[in-house]
Design a protein around this ligand. Structure first.
Ligand SMILES: NC(=O)c1ccc[n+]([C@@H]2O[C@H](COP(=O)([O-])OP(=O)(O)OC[C@H]3O[C@@H](n4cnc5c(N)ncnc54)[C@H](O)[C@@H]3O)[C@@H](O)[C@H]2O)c1
Length: 353
C-alpha cells in the first residue's frame, strides 16, 4: 500500500505535535512543510525528513502529490487555506478554532459538500483517552440525561502575545483560544445539542501584564507583548434546545491564586469530571459512589491525544473511519464562540432559531 503524502502548513509551536504524530504513523509520508517564515519551514523539513518546503501555501496546493494537509497557522487564515486545499483535492485537518466568522464557517462546510473531500477539525480533546473512556459510559446511559455542564480554564498569567493577542489574526482571546477546547469537549459529551441562546461577558481589564517578572508562561513563536487587542477574560451561559445548560469561564490573565482547569457534567443518573481528573459519580442501593477509572491517564495526555487525533485523521483519509470532529461541529462551535462575543458586545442574551 502506498503511503499518504502529508503537507503541514504553519511550522510554529503546535506543528511539532502534528509532525511528531505523523512521523509515528507508518501509513504516512511527511512530504512538505509550508511557512511564511522560510527558515522555520526548512528547519522542520530537515528535522522530519520532508522533501519539499513552501513559503506560499498556494504553491503547495498546486503540488498534486500531496494527499492531505494539516493547517497550523493563525486562526484568520484557516478558512482560506482549508478551502484552497479542498478545492485542490486534498483532505484537511484544520486546527481549532475552525475559523473566526460564521460566513467563513459556512463557506468551509459548502466546500466540503461540493468537493466530497474530508475535513477534520482539531478538537483534540475529543480524541483524548479520558474523553473516550467517559464517552462509553455516556453512550451506555450511565449518566442519564445530561442537563448541566461546567467548564473553567483559568490562566492567571498566560497571554501568549504575538498573533494570539492581535484580534485581526486570532479572532479573539482566551475564549477562542483555550475556551473552545473545554466548551467543545463538554458539548461533544452532551451529544452536540442545538444551541438556543447565549449570554456572555468579556473583560479587558488587566491587559497582558507584560510588567510581571519572575513567572514564566507560554509565548507564541513570534512573541510580541506590545500589541494586545483581545479580551483577557470571558464567561458565558449557553442554553440548549433540549433544556440543558453549559456554564464557562476562561482567562489569559486574572487575579486568581492559581491556574485552574475543570470540566464537569451532571446528569439524572450520574455525574462526571473530565478534568482535572477523570471521575464518575453515581448512586447504588441508596449510597453515593465516586468511581475512579483505572486507566493509563485520568487527565488530558497531550502526546496521546495528538497521536490519536492524527492517527484517526489518517484513517479518515484512507476511507477507513469517519471523523469524530466533522465540519458541521466546527460550524456549530463557531456559532457558539461568535454568539458569546456578540452577546458580550450587545450586553444582552442572544437567541438562535
Ligand atoms: N490543539 C491545540 O491544543 C492547539 C495548541 C496550540 C495552538 N493551536 C492552534 O494552532 C494554530 C497555530 O498556533 P501556534 O501556537 O502553532 O502558533 P505559532 O505562532 O507558534 O505558529 C504559527 C505559524 O503559522 C505561520 N503562518 C501564519 N500564516 C501563514 C500562512 N498564511 N501560510 C503559511 N504559514 C503561516 C507563522 O509564520 C507561524 O510560524 C492556531 O490556530 C492555534 O489556535 C492548537
Amino acid at each position: 500500500m502506498s503511503k499518504i503524502k502529508i503537507g503541514v502548513i504553519g511550522a510554529g509551536s503546535i506543528s511539532e505535535a502534528h509532525l511528531n504524530a505523523y512521523a509515528n504513523n507508518d501509513k504516512v509520508e511527511l512530504y512538505a512543510i509550508c511557512d511564511l517564515n522560510e527558515e522555520r519551514a526548512k528547519a522542520k523539513a530537515e528535522k522530519y525528513g520532508a522533501s519539499k518546503t513552501y513559503v506560499d501555501y498556494h504553491d503547495l496546493m498546486n503540488d498534486q502529490d500531496i494527499d492531505a494537509v494539516s493547517i497550523c497557522t493563525w486562526n484568520n487564515t484557516h478558512a482560506d487555506i482549508a478551502i484552497a486545499a479542498l478545492n485542490s483535492g486534498k483532505n484537511v485537518l484544520v486546527e481549532k478554532p475552525m475559523t473566526t466568522s460564521m460566513e467563513k464557517a459556512y463557506e468551509m462546510e459548502e466546500t466540503v459538500k461540493k468537493t466530497g473531500k474530508k475535513l477534520q477539525v482539531g478538537f483534540v480533546r475529543r480524541y483524548a483517552s479520558n474523553t473516550q473512556v467517559l464517552k462509553k459510559f455516556i453512550e451506555e446511559d450511565d449518566l442519564g440525561e445530561i442537563y448541566y455542564a461546567k467548564a473553567t480554564c483559568i490562566r492567571r498569567l498566560g497571554n501568549p502575545g504575538g498573533w494570539f493577542s492581535d484580534i485581526e489574526r486570532s479572532g479573539g482571546g482566551p475564549l477562542i483560544d483555550i475556551g473552545v477546547h473545554v466548551i467543545d469537549v463538554l458539548w461533544y459529551l452532551m451529544g452536540c445539542p442545538k444551541v438556543k441562546s447565549i449570554s456572555g461577558n468579556t473583560y479587558n481589564k488587566l491587559g497582558n501584564r507584560k510588567n510581571i517578572k519572575n513567572l514564566s508562561f507560554y509565548q507564541a513563536a513570534d512573541y510580541d507583548p506590545d500589541k494586545n487587542t483581545v479580551e483577557d477574560m470571558a464567561n458565558a451561559m449557553i442554553r440548549f434546545e433540549n433544556g440543558a445548560s453549559l456554564l464557562v469561564d476562561v482567562s489569559f490573565t486574572l487575579h486568581a491564586k492559581q491556574d485552574e482547569i475543570s470540566v464537569k457534567l451532571y446528569g439524572t443518573k450520574g455525574g462526571a469530571e473530565v478534568e482535572p481528573s477523570l471521575a464518575i459519580v453515581t448512586e447504588k442501593y441508596d449510597t453515593i459512589l465516586n468511581l475512579a477509572p483505572q486507566v493509563d491517564s485520568t487527565t488530558f495526555d497531550f502526546g496521546q491525544a495528538f497521536q490519536a487525533e492524527i492517527d484517526h485523521f489518517v484513517d479518515v483519509c484512507l476511507g477507513e473511519k469517519e471523523t469524530l470532529s466533522p465540519v458541521a461541529d466546527g460550524v456549530e462551535m463557531t456559532k457558539i464562540l461568535s454568539g458569546i462575543y456578540e452577546s458580550a458586545e450587545k450586553g444582552k442574551e442572544i437567541y438562535f432559531d
